[in-house]
Design a protein around this ligand. Structure first.
Ligand code: 13P
Length: 340
């Protein structure tokens, strides 16, 4: 294991003022997002859309440290034949790859899932390294509900995350360890806290047992928020207090960076919460690894029409800048109104 290289990559992924663009929607997921906007999801449309993001030069150079790709995208070329990976590298960002095969129903545990994808992972990682990937992502999904999550589901997902992380580091690839506690449901913030605490404790114990090098990984957690259907909403300050507290209790300071997922928060909400979290700070670099919260506005502006490309790029650049400010605890509603 080349520890120095892993540390260098991990630090670059959470460099000050920069965060990660999660553009790793599976074909099924991006087709759903496109469908909601009446965009036909062909391989070319998916390529055109992602190409316009990666060619948003100033925003990519200033605010984006890395891009998480999906298997199809890491092999695609831009319209002019340039590999999309090269566009990302040319902007000074690091290409990454989603390597899990998705969350599948866990046998005997109704309403819970296990993330699959360990079979053949060593070979796939070596292939992806050859294609330019220097970090990877694996998302475990934890549901909250009556009697859920169970210890078994949390432990099985944590064990898979740990095995994935070990394989990544062996291949010279920094693992993003993503245990996502979903926002679905009517649970309150305190319940999200308790479940996330148990999940993170379990994940770090499994990482320890699997001999994962903590200095060479990035944690991608959910923020501590009430469920979407919970009547009691939480202010950014409340979210930040709870989120930093759970991380201080569970995430060793050896981990260089924490890059949050947006998880279905609105884009401005995800920015405001990240800003409040960054103002509190911690021993780790704190930033974003957003999918929907970075892309929703751009996708809407684009709507599948080539003439909307500039408007879509402006929308993406605006969200990237807002989240860069938030990662530094320097965002404000005034900045928000400087909208493109
Ligand atoms: P969201 O920010 O849309 O939750 O996506 C981030 C991600 O990569 C989820 O795995």
């Amino acid at each position: 294991m080349n520890k120095d290289q892993l540390v260098r990559t991990a630090k670059a992924m959470v460099a000050a003022g920069k965060g990660i663009l999660a553009a790793d929607e599976s074909t099924g997921t991006i087709t759903k997002r496109f469908g909601a906007l009446r965009i036909e999801s062909t391989a070319d449309a998916r390529r055109d859309y992602r190409e316009l993001l990666f060619r948003t030069k100033d925003a990519m150079e200033q605010y984006i440290s890395g891009v998480i790709l999906y298997d199809e995208t890491i092999r695609q070329t831009a319209k002019d034949g340039t590999p999309l990976v090269k566009l990302i590298e040319a902007a000074g960002a690091i290409p990454g790859i989603k390597v899990d095969a998705g969350a599948k129903p866990l046998a005997n545990f109704l309403g819970e899932t296990i993330t699959e994808g360990l079979d053949g992972l060593r070979e796939r990682l070596s292939d992806y390294h050859g294609l330019g990937a220097r970090f990877a992502k694996w998302r475990a999904v934890i549901q909250i509900g009556g009697g859920v999550p169970t210890d078994f589901a949390v432990e099985a997902n944590a064990r898979a995350l740990a095995r994935y992380a070990g394989l990544c580091q062996e291949a010279g690839i920094v693992p993003i360890v993503e245990p996502e506690v979903l926002m679905d449901g009517a649970h309150d913030l305190a319940r999200c806290y308790d479940v996330t605490e148990f999940v993170l404790k379990t994940v770090f114990m499994e990482l320890y047992k699997a001999r994962v090098f903590l200095e060479g990984m990035i944690l991608k957690p959910n923020m501590i928020v009430p469920g979407k259907a919970c009547a009691a909403k939480a202010s950014p300050e409340e979210v930040a207090q709870a989120t930093i507290r759970v991380l201080r209790n569970c995430a060793p300071a050896a981990v260089p960076g924490v890059a949050f997922l947006s998880g279905g928060q609105s884009d401005v909400e995800a920015t405001a919460n990240l800003d409040a979290i960054s103002r509190l700070g911690g021993p780790w670099a704190l930033t974003f690894s957003y999918g929907r919260a970075l892309q929703d506005a751009a996708q809407k502006a684009w709507a599948g029409q080539p003439e909307n490309m500039r408007a879509a790029q402006a929308a993406f650049a605006h969200r990237a800048r807002m989240n860069s400010l938030a990662a530094q605890g320097r965002w404000s509603e005034g900045e928000e109104r400087t909208a493109a």
